[in-house]
Design a protein around this ligand. Structure first.
Ligand code: PMP
Length: 401
């Protein structure tokens, strides 16, 4: 018998939450013919399983602390320092704070920075995990537009910083944004860093896709221009596998104690086993070689989806080839009814994407006809077939008008 506790009082913020679009469409994904261009899942098939197995074995045999409550793993922090050097940032071990994935890094930072109803500057289209992290603080969001080529609108950011809104933080993804896939140009990175410093407002630079650069033009992260006001969020989710749940923050050393206390309250500040596995894998492989294989693998998929969009999609659809990340962000013609398009694609054509609305803070007509397409997980054949099916849905909807 179903039981409900009518007297249980949940926090006010829970009244406004709904399952994400991602969760909802998973329920359709069982059929073998189904093609998902929806969720942002990495393709873990290149993960060297024998190395993972060897690494786990070595830890179990030789590391007595691997099942114990322990301090965050110093060797892993040192490896991250080395990794960040490849990314264009010179940082120190005592600036690295290990987290349970980027998502926890974001949650801890906002918990450290936000009060109830604090003001935040974000783009209108934004990673929903950030919105989930800030929800309990009922923040006031000041949204700025995103330029398809240059990313977050810097003039708008400065206008808000100059106003009396008193923002507490700025959140952005500088490389291969989720959902819009934009990589912010170098000069804009410098400007953003100097705005953060000038106005004393930290930027959370969420960077799951910076290493996945397809055109040999990887830019240094914004934190490389200012390590005091930019808080960097890194993760192994897209470099190794998301299930390890290992990520990191790079923040000034004096903030580490606050983060430690918050993390202790969240998960006792350890993930001894996972951290050791990741560290051992990094000892046993050359991560830069592995990432290069990932880049080559995803680049072929990026090209396949681009070619399919060029071949099948209406000529007035707008999209750009992303330099980083795992998504295409497409603006479809205004006549398309997005709700109908999504339903028909999912139910009648067995193909999924994420409507842009799932990422937008301001739901208005100008923002409604975007879609996000993932290319990391589907095969080359599925990519072509998926885009072809979407074009058939568009043709069907056109016939109806
Ligand atoms: N930030 C962004 C922009 C993401 O796209 C994701 C994952 N899709 C995350 C954070 C969370 O990553 P993790 O698995 O490391 O928690």
């Amino acid at each position: 018998m179903e039981q409900s506790n009518h007297r249980l009082q949940l926090a006010n913020w829970t009244k406004n939450i709904n399952p994400s679009a991602m969760q909802t469409f998973l329920s359709f994904a069982d059929s073998p013919d189904f093609i998902s261009l929806g969720l942002g899942l990495p393709d873990c098939s290149l993960l060297p399983k024998t190395i993972v197995e060897k690494s786990i074995r070595e830890i179990i045999v030789s590391d007595q602390n691997s099942f114990q409550y322990t301090q965050p793993l110093s060797s892993l922090k040192q490896q991250i320092v080395g990794l960040m050097r490849e990314r264009g940032l010179f940082c120190k071990e005592n600036e690295i704070f290990l987290t349970t994935g980027a998502q926890q890094g974001i949650s801890l930072l906002v918990r450290m920075l936000l009060n109830h109803k604090s003001s935040i500057i974000t783009e209108n289209f934004i990673y929903p995990g950030f919105l989930q992290a800030i929800e309990p603080y009922a923040p006031i969001l000041h949204t700025v537009s995103t330029h398809f080529r240059n990313g977050i609108n810097i003039d708008d950011v400065e206008r808000i910083l100059q106003s009396d809104c008193n923002p507490t933080l700025i959140y952005l993804v500088a490389d291969g944004g989720n959902p819009h896939s934009v990589t912010i140009p170098l000069s804009h990175r410098e400007q953003l860093a100097s705005l953060a410093r000038k106005y004393g407002v930290p930027i959370i630079e969420d960077d799951p896709y910076g290493f996945l650069n397809y055109d040999n033009n990887m830019l240094p992260p914004i934190i490389s221009f200012d390590s005091e006001w930019i808080f960097y969020v890194g993760t192994f989710s897209k470099l190794l596998a998301p299930s390890f749940r290992v990520g990191w923050l790079i923040v000034p050393e004096n903030l580490q104690k606050h983060l430690s206390i918050l993390k202790e309250g969240s998960d006792i500040n350890i993930a001894s086993f996972s951290q050791r596995i990741v560290s051992k894998i990094l000892e046993n492989i050359k991560l830069t070689d592995h990432v290069q294989s990932l880049i080559n693998f995803y680049r072929a998929k990026r090209e396949a989806i681009h070619a399919a969009l060029n071949e099948y999609f209406p000529k007035d659809a707008v999209y750009y080839l992303p330099s980083n990340g795992i998504f295409f962000w497409v603006k479809l013609p205004d006549w398309i009814n997005m709700h109908e398009f999504f339903e028909c694609a999912l139910k009648d054509y067995q193909v999924a994407f994420i409507p842009g609305e799932a990422f937008s803070i301001i739901k208005n007509s100008a923002n409604k006809n975007y879609i996000r397409l993932n290319f990391s997980l589907p095969t080359l054949e599925q990519i072509k077939e998926g885009i072809c099916r979407l074009s058939k849905v568009i043709a069907y909807l056109k016939e109806k008008i």
